[in-house]
Structure formats: C-alpha cells, structure tokens
Design a protein around this ligand. Structure first.
Ligand code: ADP
Length: 665
C-alpha cells in the first residue's frame, strides 16, 4: 500500500479522502490555493503545499504545479477527487509520465468516455441499450434536423463534450430545431471548446438511475447496485438515494450487467458510474459514464457497508477488489441531500459569504452510523465565488425508505447556518413533499411541483416573535436583566409597554411586524395584530431560549448578528431585522453617560428608586418618543440621588431626568 498520497482537490471530497487515508495509515499531502490557506482540508492532511492563486485555473487545474507538489513532497500517488482534474486525460497521462500513480482509470478509458458521442458508439458495439438518436460525425444543421424529424419530437440536443447539465436543449418542434441547434453549439464551444452535438429522443417523465461499478487491474469488475438521482434542478442532482424505489431484482441485475459491460468495453479500472435514463416502464438506456468517484457515492457506501475510497486506494496499489459480485449485499435505504450556499427562491442562484454560524446534526464521520455528514467547511470559513458553493452533504440510512426519510427530516431540522443563503429550507420541503415521500420520482419533479415547493411567505409566527423579543431582552448588550423574573423596579410604576418592530429579512416587499410587550406582574403580554399571548419563564439554557407562551413550551435557538435575529425554531430558520433606530442612540448615550432626554417625549417607566445603588450600565428609566422607547442607563457605578420626573410626565429635549451620584466621585 502507498505510504503517502497527494490529494489534488479541496473541500468535502478532499476531507473525505484524507479521513480514509488516515484510517489506513497513509500519509496525506493537501494542495491549496491562496484562498484556502486556512481551509479544513489543509488542516486535516499531514502536510500541505500551496499551488497558486484562488482562481482554479491557476491552482487546482494546474497540472504541472500539482505534479511538482507531489514530487516535492515525495507522494507516490495522486487522488483527484471529483471535478477539477478528475476526468482530465492529460492529467492522468502526466501522472504516469512522472512516475506517479493516478488513483483513477487509465487515460485511455477517460478518453473513451470523455465524448458522449464516441462513448455511445462504443456502447453500441458492446450491446448496451442506447436512447434512440444520432451520435455520428455529421454535424450539418439540415442533416441533424432530418435525424431529429426521424426520431420524433421532443428531442434533446447535447454537447458531445458536455457535462454538468450544460449545453443541453430540448426541442419540441421541427420549426425550432435550427435555432436550438445554433444556441446549443454556441454554449458548447464556449463551455467546452468543442461544438459537436448529438441528438436523442427526449424521454418524458424519465428517471435518472446510475450504477456504481468498480474494476481492478486483475480483470475483476463488479457493480455495487444503483442510485436514483432523479430529483434534479436544471439537470443537476439535488437528492440521491439507494436503492432506487421500485427496482426489481431482475432489472437490477440487467442494469448492473449492462454497466459492467460498458466498463469492460473501455478497459476500466477503479471507481466509475454508468448513468442510465430510465422510462417509467422500466426500460433503460445508457447516457454516459463518469470515470471517477461521484458526489453521491456515500449512499452506496451506506447500503453496501463499503468504503469506496479505500477500494480506490487498494485497486490503485494493485490489490484485488475487496469483494466480488456474489459477496456484495445491499441492506437498508440511504438518502443524500446536498446542502448548498444558494438561493432557491431566486432561481437557485449561488450565494457567498462567511459561515458565521454552522451547526450540523450529530453524526459519525464515515462508517457505521445512520447519519453522516461530509463537510469541507467549518464555522468561520467563507463560501467564496471561486469554487463550488457546496457546504455539506447530509447522508442518512434507515432500515427502509420511510425510516431514512424520517431521519433525513430530523437531520435537516438540526442544521443551522447563518451567513450565505442556503437551500436547507427548500430541501426540507422537498423531502416532505407528497411526490418525494411517495417515491413518485422523475427528473421533472421539482419543476412540476414548483408551486407546492415554493409556498407564499408565511406571516412571522407568534412563537418566533416571542423568541426574538426574548433574545432582545436577555441580551446583555441591552443591559436589562430578565424582566419577567425581576422583582422591584419593573413593576413599581405599573405596567410598562415596549414596542418592537421586526421585518422578515427574507421578504423584501413585506411590511414590518409591529408587536408590543407589556410587562405585568404575571409575565409579559405579547400583542401582535389581533393575536396575544402571555410570556413567562423566559430563560437561556445553553444556547437555547426557553419560554412559556400561554400554556405552550417554546424552545429555539436565537442568534443575533447586529440587528438581525436568526431564529431557529421547529426546523425552520427565520431572519428578523429589528428596526429600532432609537436603541442605537441609547447605546452611545450609556457610554457618554448623559442623564438628559435625547429628544422630547414622555417618561414611561422608572426602573430604580431613590437611594438605589446601581452598576454601571444599569437601566434607570425608560422614556418614549415617536412611539419608540429609549432607555437611560447609569453612566458609572453609583447611587440614584433624585428622580426629577414621574411616570407619565412630558419632558423636553435636553431636560435633566435624574440626579446621580457616581461612586467614583
Ligand atoms: P451531463 O453530462 O451534462 O450531466 P447527462 O447526459 O448526464 O448530461 O444528462 C443530465 C440529465 O439530463 C439527466 O440526468 C436527465 O435528467 C436529463 N436527460 C439526459 N438525457 C435525456 C433524455 N434523452 N431524455 C430526457 N432527459 C434526459
């Protein structure tokens, strides 16, 4: 086995490879761009080496820098992860030329599968079923249109060199063909430097089912069953699961054998995935083969009890496959959800920013657990515009699909992320949606159920408002002790009402939500519109807030970032902007120690009695101006000498409100 390998990647896959290598006693070398100097994958590896600026083209895609790094550190092999150079034939060849083992298939297999057209031609000779279509050399518009007419509409145009869902066009009618072809070719040349296209029948309501294959250098090739990746947005996977719902043993064997035939046809070695497009009637057709480990490989590991990175390392070191076909078994059901920094409400646009708060559910890192987290970032890291905006993958296993679903729902509810926008709320709705729960899967699921998956914004629930208000009151910055359990001051002068304005930060257009809190002897009365509830027993337990809202226990986590309150309550994340400009005036006031009215208004509460000794910053009195409250704080430690106004009195701007004897004086 290797003593030292270099991991030519970053993020979650680099961390995942490092973990297996460590378990196997193999030393690891990380590579990093300038943007990743403090990244998790760098910290996880035994050694690290810089390979260039943040732009991937100048670092993670620089073949010569990576080879030189491996040489400099004395690594014997390179794991390419996925993305970046993982399917780059020149990189595989360069490794070989430098005397390094490329942990992946031979360069010739990457080349054979690199072009969708050439791969389809090869598969045809290996008798692997293909979607009806044309994948030949002729590229004239008229000729391709004739082919499309012959296949029958709708057809799908694909860039032969394509990937990641790019360069695909659905054509519904012959009249639209020429324009769609021109646009497909434009995108293909821009994205892949090659404008060759293929045409195939566009299947309606198809499923995406792929087979994990593995081959060694000793002539063995097996399939590790299937993954269903039908839940997609813009032809990109969102949820993946194994096994595929509704799969029969015969069809599993037929697809597995077809996938093995595909791998054998190109002299495959290592981990690969053969993707099939599957008709609702169960008939399946080869789409393409990915000559690397896939993002969604953990669901296969979960149901087969294998570590596919370990398999990759063993095979690359010349060992036999750890298990042969008749030793492989499938148990339970696994689902993976990809957590992205993105904005599903705005067309899934990627989002960037610092991960100010990152809480993921309790999980075991790799094997033997029912919940697994593969994350490449830690709290405090940035999601930068340079790389894939994935935050983490959440993978769960159950004894059957419904148990896996329940675990996924629970695990997602435990995720808390503050910083960039994320798809966590969307994923929760998706896994709980009727079509997904009932396994009524096809690649159009998200689009077809768009209305249900993107429900109109809800009004802020009273419990969420209560938690935000509770946090505000308990926040040491406001220097008010828990008023709901406080004795004297608060009630001495009768009921005091505090007005609070919150705005749902995720809703640009919505109105502010105004609420009032009236402190009474038995608690605080929260009023919002026509709703009201008595809040009692507010307390912080660890980082969670507990309170009683009438008879209901309310518990949540509230994180305050400046004037935004992030409320995590019952699996949802609410973002409330607190609109309280006068509060800011109050803050400077306390520091400056003025005991005068900052504006004309009315005294609404006296919080101390004459003779009271107070700490610096203690709230002394509250006045109201422009329907907002303003708290006057003690400028230093000292004693209240005289109160100059009573509750209800009007005061002019600049009026002295009380006299105060500082302890220092
Ligand atoms: P890429 O390499 O860009 O990911 P694929 O060929 O793997 O492209 O196709 C990506 C997705 O596009 C599939 O998962 C499926 O949803 C859809 N798709 C591909 N071919 C067809 C087809 N013939 N009919 C219907 N949908 C298709």
């Amino acid at each position: 086995m290797f003593k030292k390998i270099l991991i030519a990647n970053r993020g979650e896959i680099a961390c995942r490879v490092a973990a297996t290598a460590r378990r196997m006693g193999i030393q690891t070398v990380a590579v990093y761009s300038h943007a990743d100097i403090h990244a998790k994958h760098v910290a996880l590896c035994d050694e690290a080496i810089a390979i260039g600026p943040a732009e991937a083209r100048q670092s993670y895609l620089k073949i010569d820098h990576i080879i030189a790094a491996a040489k400099a550190k004395g690594a014997e092999a390179i794991h390419p992860g996925y993305g970046f150079l993982s399917e780059n034939e020149a990189f595989a060849a360069a490794c070989e030329a430098a005397g390094l083992v490329f942990i992946g298939p031979p360069a010739s297999a990457i080349r054979a599968m690199g072009s969708k057209s050439a791969a389809k031609a090869l598969m045809e000779t290996a008798a692997v079923p293909l979607v009806p279509g044309y994948h030949g050399e002729q590229q004239e518009s008229d000729f391709l249109q004739q082919q499309a007419d012959g296949i029958g509409y709708p057809v799908l145009l694909k860039a032969s060199a394509g990937g990641g869902g790019k360069g695909m066009r659905i054509v519904e009618r012959s009249e639209d063909f020429a324009a769609a072809l021109a646009s497909c070719k434009r995108e293909a040349i821009n994205s892949f430097g090659d404008d060759k296209v293929l045409v195939e029948k566009y299947l309606l309501k198809p499923r995406h089912i792929e087979i994990q294959v593995f081959a060694d250098t000793q002539g063995h090739c097996v399939y590790l069953f299937e993954r269903d990746c039908s839940v997609q947005r813009r032809h990109q996977k969102v949820l993946e699961e194994a096994p595929a719902p509704g799969m029969t043993a015969e069809r599993r064997r037929a697809m597995g054998e077809a996938a093995v035939a595909a791998a054998l046809a190109v002299g495959y070695v290592g981990a690969g995935t053969v993707e099939f497009i599957v008709h609702q009637d169960g008939s399946f057709y080869f789409m393409e083969m990915n000559t690397r480990l896939q993002v969604e490989h953990p669901v296969t590991e979960m149901i087969t009890g294998t570590d596919l990175v370990e398999w990759q390392l063993r095979v690359a070191a010349g060992e036999r496959l750890p298990l042969l076909q008749d030793e492989l078994t499938l148990e339970g059901h696994a689902i993976e959800a990809r957590i992205y920094a993105e904005n599903p409400e705005k067309g899934f646009l990627p989002s960037t920013g610092d991960l100010l708060h990152l809480r993921l559910p309790e999980a075991v890192q790799f094997m033997n657990g029912d919940v697994r987290i593969d994350a490449g970032v830690r709290e405090g890291d940035a999601i930068s515009p340079f790389y894939d905006p994935m935050i983490a993958k959440l993978i769960v296993r159950g004894k059957d699909r419904s148990q896996a679903l329940a675990r996924m729902r629970q695990a997602l509810a435990a995720v808390e992320i503050v910083g960039p926008s994320t798809n966590v709320g969307f994923l929760s709705r998706l896994i709980q949606s009727a079509p997904f729960a009932q396994a009524d899967l096809d690649t159009g699921l998200i689009e077809r159920h768009h209305t249900a998956l993107f429900p109109p914004a809800q009004a802020l629930p009273l419990a969420v408002l209560a938690l935000a208000a509770g946090k505000l009151i308990l926040n040491p910055a406001t220097r008010i002790q828990d008023p709901w359990s406080a004795t004297s001051g608060w009630r001495m002068n009768g009921h005091y009402t505090r007005m609070l304005n919150f705005h749902d930060a995720t809703q640009d257009e919505s109105d502010d939500t105004q609420l009032s809190l009236t402190y009474q002897s038995n608690g605080a009365l929260l009023r919002c519109g026509h709703a009201e509830a008595l809040l009692t027993q507010l307390r912080a337990v660890g980082d969670r807030l507990h309170l009683l809202m009438d008879e209901t226990q309310v518990e949540g986590h509230v994180l305050r970032v400046a004037d935004t309150f992030h409320v995590f309550y019952q699996g949802s994340h609410w973002q409330l902007n607190w609109r309280d400009p006068i509060a800011h005036a109050g803050e400077t006031e306390a520091e400056g120690g003025r005991l005068t009215a900052p504006m004309p208004g009315k005294i609404i509460a006296l919080l101390v009695a004459v003779g009271a000794s107070v700490e610096k910053g203690a709230p002394l009195l509250i006045m109201e101006a422009m329907k907002m409250e303003h708290t006057i704080h003690a400028p230093t430690e000292g004693t209240v000498a005289e109160l100059l106004y009573a509750v209800g009195d009007q005061v002019a701007e600049g009026a002295q409100l009380l006299s105060f004897a500082s302890a220092e004086a």
